[in-house]
Design a protein around this ligand. Structure first.
Ligand code: ATP
Length: 301
């Protein structure tokens, strides 16, 4: 599989709804064998970007190309799987009937057993869609998205409403599809999910690309550090120190998010010579995301 060329891409794509600019010259590429996560606050433009790549919306400017052609054609659709926020599945059909129907649209679908195992649908195929729980419905939607062995998989907030075990099972299933060469576009508000699954991350804000790179590259964009130690210095006191973004306590353990970390560390050690079990880590994707989007909001103000 050739990873140099994207299987799908937006180049300088813009989209307006009336006078609202939802996407502003967005560049985004999806590559074979990679999960790309599109992150952004509510209203940032994620669903609009997905809508353009699926051919559900037309761009006002820029280029949208999917598998070498225009999005939304029958030939392209047969190579795409989608799990959107609205599923539109008839309540009266059973899970098994839905799977059979959707698999029949694809030239080389996954075996039924494999779909059932990957999506965790064991024992549910005879159940009507309307009689499935919210999490079970989500699992069926995932099965429908992967059952055609798609080259491109669009997952729009796929794990909303899933319990911990089902979420981790879905992550494993996504990884198995990616190992087969599938390109995945994931939108999620769970940053630990993006951190666990992504090869590439694109952060958008008000329709514009703020940052793009691997999880580590995005984390390196911010100099926030997480400090953890056992100390009796009051968290409310630490929270007032310059450079401290937050301080919390769990029992004897004090957790601090700081930028830069060094002056805070000096002050901590001065304040508590008994301090122990000191650990310092680069901030995670969640803190990096918040720092990037907060900085963008401040610039716009
Ligand atoms: N059909 C529409 N008509 C008018 N404005 C719209 C329409 N759809 C989206 N918008 C606006 O375009 C912007 C981008 O919306 P979009 O749904 O793409 O965001 P999102 O990042 O997917 O948000 P969320 O995380 O809440 O799902 C928002 O300001 C939204 O209010």
């Amino acid at each position: 599989m050739d990873r140099r060329f994207p299987l799908a891409q937006l180049r300088g794509a813009s989209k307006r709804y009336g006078d609202r600019l939802a996407l502003d010259r967005l560049d985004l590429g999806l590559h074979a064998g990679q999960v790309t996560s599109l992150l952004g606050a509510n209203g940032a433009g994620k669903s609009t970007a997905v809508g353009l790549l699926l051919g559900l919306l037309a761009a006002d400017a820029g280029e949208v190309s999917v598998l070498g052609g225009a999005p939304g054609s029958d030939a392209v659709r047969r190579q795409c799987g989608t799990m959107l926020q609205q599923a539109g599945i008839p309540e009266r059909l059973t899970a098994g009937e839905m799977l059979a129907l959707v698999r029949s649209n694809y030239p080389d679908p996954l075996a039924l057993d494999e779909c059932v195992a990957l999506a965790g649908l064991d024992g549910l195929l005879d159940r009507r869609y309307g009689a499935l729980s919210g999490g079970q419905q989500r699992r069926l939607q995932f099965a429908l998205a992967i059952c055609g062995r798609p080259r491109l998989l669009f997952l729009d907030e796929p794990t909303t409403g899933l319990d911990v075990a089902a979420r981790q099972a879905l992550w494993a299933a996504v990884r198995s599809r990616v190992a087969e060469g599938c390109a995945v576009l994931l939108t999620t508000h769970y940053l630990e999910e993006a951190e666990a699954l992504s090869d590439r991350v694109a952060v958008i804000d008000r329709g514009r690309l703020l940052a793009e790179g691997s999880v580590d590259e995005i984390r390196a964009r911010v100099s926030l550090r997480r400090i953890r130690c056992v100390s009796n210095v009051a968290e409310a006191v630490v929270a007032q120190w310059p450079g401290v973004h937050g301080a919390t306590r769990e029992g004897g353990t004090l957790r601090i998010v700081a930028e830069p970390a060094e002056p805070v560390l000096r002050r901590l050690l001065e304040a508590d010579p008994q301090l122990s079990d000191l650990e310092i880590h680069r901030a995670g994707l969640a803190e990096a995301f918040l720092a990037l989007t907060n900085a963008s909001t401040r610039e716009a103000a």
